[in-house]
Design a binder for this molecule. Structure first.
Ligand code: HEC
Length: 463
């Protein structure tokens, strides 16, 4: 006992960590910071959970295109606790995005981003972007058709940015198309690069929060005045402040524990998202859906008229990010209470309803290769020539029908091909199939010459 105490005292003397921890735990916080303040720490709890489960998964995962899918199958079906582990990592990611979203809304509604906490907000905006980046890169690591398809769409969108689009898409994918090289790249993003930035920024974010102190719950009629705020805050803390531990921290702990329990429960109950089949760009059978937090973004682009889509895909996210980053500079003093900022509240409600509406739309995948399309009925095949019949069957099997309608059957992503032969000659058809187009995959390397010929033959009958 005595020796242990001696060692501890020596450690404390040489590091001072105990004192630091005490100072953080006991630092005074404004009274009355109630349940609304728990979402930031809940995000942190989720992050810690993600790090632990992520490292455990990385011990078994093999980031190569020939083995990734199998290694995930192995983790899910045979490794001990593998299924639950993947489940926790999946629901942990969802939990983190939900918490980050609520935390942002709370900070905005209570105007906690105002003077002097502008930089805290900005570091938070970057953390939000990085969190989404983690979800996006993680999805590809499943290396099933869902993940690959979503990344193809994203890379295409990136590629449309004027000037820097192509190089940016190449940088993202590690080449011109998606393949094994993209997988190693996404693995590096997901486990080295993005987490490094997240750790750095989380450190800074928490430091800023401690540096400025937790924002006091807003009160109508008590505006933030630039030159007086710090002085006022200091005096308020001296007078009414309570030590962070235990008066405020118990809520953080309780809510964090609850969050983790819910994540564990969901993971045990539902398990990880099932793997769809291995990726094959020409065959996308099931309903490739991005994970739910991407649905809103996908739906937004799907609903936009194609003519403005190219611009909006670039300008939309850019404008959103710039707006979020500049926001604390437009309004960094004055009233903080939501009661005195009706437009801020109204705007937030609009954004939430809008995003939720997009999410619901996204559930039906309108962007929408229609992956449940049935093979073409015999009545739409106007020739009994065996090559034409083969072409019609390929039209279904090569997934053309997911995007193209023929006599009312099929998806809406591409033009209706019911009468395509009136517009295009056989050579033009062939060229289009080999090269693809905007939103259409290039089938050049994915089909044999015979298949290509049969498809063109079949399309030639569509007059
Ligand atoms: C992911 C969705 C998608 C798939 C799958 C797809 N296409 Fe397309 N296709 C499109 C889009 C979008 C366009 C319009 C491209 C453009 O305007 O540049 C298009 C254009 C075309 C055109 C030109 C139509 C015209 O009127 O100009 C033909 C022909 C065509 N596709 C045939 C096929 C065939 C055959 C297949 C299957 C081997 C196929 N497509 C698979 C999305 C798809």
């Amino acid at each position: 006992m005595h020796t242990i105490r001696k060692i501890l005292r020596w450690l404390e003397d040489r590091t001072g960590l105990g004192e630091l921890a005490m100072r953080v735990a006991k630092h005074p916080v404004p009274p009355g910071s109630k349940w609304a303040y728990v979402f930031g720490s809940a995000t942190l709890f989720c992050l810690i959970l993600q790090v632990i489960t992520g490292v455990a998964l990385a011990l078994m995962y093999q980031p190569s295109s020939s083995t990734a899918y199998q290694s995930l199958q192995f983790i899910t079906e045979r490794a001990r606790f593998g299924r639950v582990l993947r489940g926790i990592h999946y629901f942990g990611a969802s939990g983190m995005i939900v918490m980050v979203g609520i935390h942002m809304i709370r900070v905005y509604i209570t105007a906690a981003y105002k003077y002097p906490r502008e930089v805290t907000w900005i570091s938070g905006v970057f953390l939000f972007i990085l969190t989404i980046a983690m979800g996006f890169t993680g999805q590809l690591l499943r290396w099933d058709s869902n993940g690959v398809w979503s990344s193809v769409v994203a890379a295409e969108q990136l590629g449309r940015i004027p000037l820097i689009g192509r190089p940016a898409a190449r940088l993202l994918l590690g080449g011109d198309t998606i393949g094994g090289h993209s997988l190693s790249r996404f693995f590096s993003y997901h486990v080295f690069i993005v987490p490094a930035f997240i750790f750095l920024l989380v450190g800074l974010h928490v430091y800023f929060v401690l540096h400025h102190g937790i924002s006091e719950p807003p009160k109508a009629g008590r505006p933030v005045v630039r030159d007086k705020y710090r002085q006022w805050y200091k005096e308020m803390l001296k007078e009414k402040g309570v030590p962070f531990w235990p008066y405020a921290a118990w809520r953080d702990l309780l809510f964090g524990a609850l969050t983790i329990c819910v994540i564990l429960g969901l993971a045990v109950l539902f398990g990880p998202p099932g793997l769809t089949e291995p990726p094959d760009p020409s065959l996308v059978h099931t309903t490739p859906k991005p994970d739910w937090y991407m649905l809103a973004i996908f739906a937004l682009f799907a609903l936009m008229p194609p003519r403005i889509e190219s611009y909006m895909i670039v300008l939309g996210p850019l404008a959103t990010v710039i707006f979020l980053l500049c926001m604390p500079f437009f309004s960094n003093k004055g009233e903080r209470s939501p009661l005195r900022r009706p437009w801020a509240v109204f705007g937030t409600i609009c954004v939430v309803v809008f995003v939720f509406g997009l999410f619901l739309t996204g559930m039906h995948s309108p962007w929408s290769p229609k992956f449940k399309a049935m093979p073409l009925p015999a009545s739409t095949i106007r020739s009994s020539d065996s090559v034409v019949v083969r072409g019609a069957s390929l039209f279904y099997r090569k997934a053309c029908l997911y995007c193209h309608k023929i006599e009312g059957q099929g998806g809406d992503t591409g033009p209706d091909l019911s009468a395509v032969a009136r517009r295009l000659t056989a050579d033009e058809l062939k060229l289009r199939l080999v090269n693809g187009g905007r939103n259409m995959p290039a089938y050049g390397g994915l089909m044999t010459n015979d298949e290509l010929k049969a498809l063109v033959e079949f399309l030639q009958t569509r007059k």
